[in-house]
Design a binder for this molecule. Structure first.
Ligand SMILES: Cc1cc2nc3c(=O)[nH]c(=O)nc-3n(C[C@H](O)[C@H](O)[C@H](O)COP(=O)(O)OP(=O)(O)OC[C@H]3O[C@@H](n4cnc5c(N)ncnc54)[C@H](O)[C@@H]3O)c2cc1C
Length: 408
């Protein structure tokens, strides 16, 4: 049986970072990767541009973006902070640029460059990369991993790092195997949910605006009729609900909100009802009676929204604007400021950017990423019960926990 100092299961960003770090000590390191190629999810990250971290420099503010579980990351971030990450990538040949929302991308705008740089470092440190080698099981005895089992072989190591990712976007190789391995070693897996994922609505009329991308809108969240949250920014209608940045970020919280969950979309959040009413009346006056209701809607909203608004409004689309009553104007203004949608759950793991939930953090030492249950087992990356919003926060989990797990 071939034996290594450190054996890493999974060749994504967390596994590659762990391998690079472990290899830098001169250790004999191997990665077992089930796909034919490494880092498939990393390659599609940031729409192929890889938003690999975030330039928020206040560590407390950075960590607060991960919610309650974020405090687990203090120790890993003290070993490799987001700022250190930018420096590390620069040293291995990846210059970066900062964009909107403090998002950091490789200056080349190409995720392949990030992956290539990591693989190059692994090669430099003679990490043995075994592709098309899915791990099937761990052989565990007395809280100690004896070896791992693949289709054709068994491999032994002093230290094992599980970096198999979560369950999101399974076509990239992250099919949740790491949770099974963790359970074989005696670990608890917290409840798993898709996160950073589109949200379904009960209303089917959303499809009338399918693909419509709205900027500068406000989405209010109502639980049993009470406002509990709001987001301002970009959202999109889909065939079955809503998506886009503000919706994706809200999706991670949806499982916590038990009760009747509704969205109220304000298409004109910077205008009060009075100002919007005056604006509508101005449009009507300007048209000198030549416009119909559909023309009025067109003058106020993006073209892709017109069908949906006509469907939701009681005013006939061909009604001449001079016959629209004050009451109808008031209802129209109310509609533009409060389109109600009933949440009907999240879309599936197939379309989720990350997984919420994972290996329970209570069972892992945050200073080393070492299991508190199994004496030669470590974890890194999305397999852990950690997830953040979009903006480079999720890859930062991988870099810092991978670096920590690979350290000796
Ligand atoms: C479309 C999309 C865009 C994204 N964009 C961004 C972004 O711009 N910024 C950001 O911060 N985050 C982004 N993310 C999230 C980020 O890509 C993930 O958080 C990150 O890839 C997780 O890394 P990981 O190494 O933990 O797991 P993965 O990247 O999932 O890698 C795990 C690896 O383990 C392998 N594996 C699994 N099981 C086995 C097994 N049994 N045996 C051997 N190997 C196995 C898999 O094949 C895979 O190669 C995006 C995600 C998606 C889906």
């Amino acid at each position: 049986m071939e034996k290594f100092d450190t054996l890493i299961i999974g060749g994504g960003p967390a596994g590659l970072m762990a391998a690079m770090k472990a290899g830098s000590y001169g250790q004999n390191v191997a990665i077992l990767e089930k796909n034919h190629s490494l880092g498939e999810k990393l390659l599609i990250s940031g729409k192929g541009r890889c938003n690999f971290t975030n330039a928020e420099r206040d560590l407390k503010a950075f960590i607060s973006r991960y919610g309650e579980n974020g405090k687990f990351l203090y120790s890993a971030f003290s070993k490799l902070s987001p700022k250190d990450t930018v420096g590390l990538f620069r040293r291995i040949g990846v210059e970066s640029v900062e964009e909107r929302g403090k998002r950091i991308f490789p200056a080349s705008g190409d995720s392949q460059k990030v992956l290539d740089a990591l693989i190059m470092q692994c090669k430099k440190f003679n990490v043995k990369i075994m592709r098309s080698t899915p791990v099937k099981a761990l052989k565990v005895k007395n809280s100690h991993i004896q070896y791992v089992i693949t289709d054709s072989d068994e491999y032994e190591a002093d230290k094992y790092i599980i970096a198999t990712g979560g369950k999101s976007y399974p076509k990239t190789g992250s099919t949740g195997d790491g949770y099974t391995f963790a359970q074989q070693a005696g670990h608890t897996i917290t409840k798993l949910f898709p996160a950073l994922v589109p949200i379904r609505t009960k209303e089917t009329w959303v499809k009338l605006a399918n693909g419509c991308n709205l900027k500068n809108v406000r989405l209010n969240v109502l639980l049993d009729g009470e406002k509990i949250d709001e987001r301002f920014g970009e959202m999109e209608f889909t065939n079955f609900g809503v998506s886009g940045p503000i919706v994706m970020d809200l999706s991670a919280h949806v499982p916590d909100w038990e009760g009747e969950l509704q969205f109220s979309l304000d298409l004109k959040p910077t205008l009060t009802n009075e100002i919007l009413t005056a604006r509508v009346k101005r449009e009507i006056k300007k048209s000198e009676g030549h416009k119909r209701f559909v023309g009025l809607v067109r003058s106020l909203l993006p073209a892709e929204m017109v069908k949906l608004i006509l469907e939701l409004s009681d005013v006939p689309h061909d009604k001449p604007v001079e016959y629209i009553s004050d009451e109808e104007i008031a209802d129209f203004v109310k509609l533009l400021k409060d389109i109600r949608m009933n949440v009907n759950g999240l879309w599936s793991f197939n379309n989720a950017v990350v997984t919420r939930g994972g290996v329970s953090l209570k069972e892992i030492d945050p200073a080393t990423m070492k299991s508190k249950i199994c004496d030669n087992l470590y974890f890194a990356g999305e397999v852990l019960d950690l997830n953040g919003p979009s903006g480079g926060f999720n890859l930062q989990i991988c870099w810092s926990t991978g670096y920590t797990a690979g350290s000796i």
